[in-house]
Design a protein around this ligand. Sequence first.
Ligand code: G3P
Ligand code: CA
Length: 294
Amino acid sequence: MYVRSVSAATAAYLGLTLTVFGATTASAGPGPHWLSNPIVYAHRGASAYAPENTLAAIDLAREMGFDWVENDVQRTSDGELVVVHDDTLARTTDVEQVFPDRKPWRVKDFTAAEIARLDAGSWFGQEFAGVRVPTLRQYMERVQTNRQRLLLEIKKPELYPGIEEQTLHVLEETGWLDEDHVSRRLVVQSFSVDSVRTVHELRPDLITAILGTPTLAELPRYAEFTDRINPWYTTIDDDWVAAVHGLVGAHGKALEVDTWIVDDAETTLKVRDMGVDGIISDKPDVVRKAVRRY
Ligand code: G3P
Ligand code: CA
């Protein structure tokens, strides 16, 4: 059950919540774009301009002025967490040349030492030759050095039992689970609702997000253990965004929406006017230019 009224929007802005017909609700008013621009996330780093999910991609995002970066976490055969999007290494490394007999070159079939030998930059451009697939530890240390913030995606957790606990262990060891990081600099997301629920149960203070476009019927249940719903931009409209904003998430604030992958000005303004809270982009500079008001 949702509320669409100025009074509800005002209540949410003031940090209040309302109980309407038994469900906890918050603002479903005109949307937060009244007050501020959406957060812009550099998807897989500045991935239109540097090889995705590499340290070069987050360094470039930093140089371009973006503090929020997004990544994808998977696991090697010997248990190391690495930052890579596909569940095979074929598209973004030279694995087919280095290990021709290991088809289909799944991430989970290679050791960390084998993956460390791969070139994860040449496929994108010769100026990136020799760039490596980072381990999650290396990645977290660089994000910290760069004073950036991270939208961390646990990718395909069904392939990696226990990856949630292991990811939190690495975050703890790299200093990312203290109050400063948890409150302002880290969001953990997944397409797997079960994985997000597990992260919330292990660390209830962490901000989490569910990737995808849940139905309105599913949203109240998910709001019990998540804070953000992150859909593909083609799947949403004003009413859906308002419905998400109309619910209170796991940490007592209105659920928020970060949409992906928006790489052009027209779509940026369209989703901004729907009231999304964040835009995840391979071309964050294009999005920033489109939403800049002054
Ligand atoms: O952060 C959103 C986005 O990364 C989800 O899609 O396939 O790029 O991981 P994908
Ligand atoms: Ca991702």
